[in-house]
Design a protein around this ligand. Structure first.
Ligand code: NAP
Length: 243
């Protein structure tokens, strides 16, 4: 096993923003563990990094499968003994999501299960490993669409984006950030919600203003943030975001 200073787990790192976060962290000297639900896609992502001279390994991790989450934590414990960075990146949208009057409740349940409950489960499983780090960082990939304030502001560009399932899942994720940051006060673990911006990926149907490389920058900055790091914040590329 390659010895480097820090060890990071990035969930959903086989494509999109997560793949870029993994690459940029590896470029920064972090040993990256690619979390992916499909082992073949995970293997491909590791090979892609290896071909660029960047060491990485993969772990099978499905946010909707508690057994895979427990097994991933156990494997990281056995092979590394700790985790310094957890990037909760994996997330979904759903074609049957929409405004509150029309969205399919089943779609909302699927989205909440992955984006909120699954992320909570991964975080709980990794916390014992993060507690072994001298200064652990948790980055939750949120969205400005999860801001209650912006959803209610007619002047906001997000005002008309009424996706009750997705937006609520990111608001719930933000609640995890706030409560966990409070719970971890006095420890060396910090946790923040980071909105990457509007990024061209499969999730957005390749609309958006930013490349995945650009979208990964702020999450990576918060993953590598140094001493006296803020905790319990909600930020986007233009600055702090209202909750
Ligand atoms: P993406 O290209 O669709 O990638 C999503 C990743 O999450 C994929 O690796 C996917 O794996 C994985 N994933 C989905 N469900 C999973 C599950 N149950 N278990 C494990 N992995 C799962 O999306 P993206 O745009 O990069 O989004 C990454 C994160 O940024 C998401 O949390 C998203 O909400 C957030 N975000 C994105 C934007 C944007 O403009 N793109 C804006 C704000 C926030 P598979 O390949 O197996 O499906």
């Amino acid at each position: 096993m390659v010895k480097t200073n820090r060890i990071a787990l990035v969930t959903g790192a086989n494509k999109g923003i997560g793949r870029e976060i993994a690459r940029q962290l590896a470029q920064g000297g972090v040993f990256v563990i690619i979390g992916a639900r499909d082992p073949a896609r995970a293997k491909w992502a590791v090979e892609d990094l290896s071909s660029q001279g960047l060491p990485a390994q993969s772990v099978q991790l499905d946010l909707n499968d508690d057994v895979s989450i427990t097994a991933a934590a156990e494997r990281i414990r056995a092979e590394h003994g700790r985790l310094d960075i957890l990037v909760n990146n994996a997330g979904i949208v759903d074609a049957a999501d929409g405004p509150p009057s029309m969205s399919s409740p089943e779609a909302v349940r699927r989205i909440m299960d992955t984006n909120f409950v699954g992320t909570l489960a991964v975080t709980q499983a990794m916390l014992p490993l993060l507690r072994q780090s001298p200064a652990a960082r948790i980055v939750n990939l949120s969205s400005s669409l999860g801001s209650l304030t912006l959803n209610g502001d007619p002047a906001s560009p997000y005002y008309s984006a009424r996706l009750i399932g997705y937006n609520a899942s990111k608001a719930a994720l933000n609640m995890l950030t706030v409560q966990l940051a409070q719970e971890l006060r006095g420890t060396s673990i910090v946790v923040n919600s980071v909105s990457p911006g509007f990024v061209k990926t499969d999730l957005t149907g390749h609309s958006g203003f930013m490349t995945p490389e650009e979208g990964a920058r702020l999450p990576v900055t918060y993953a590598l943030v140094g001493e006296d790091a803020p905790s319990g914040q909600f930020v986007e590329p233009s600055g702090e975001t209202p909750w």
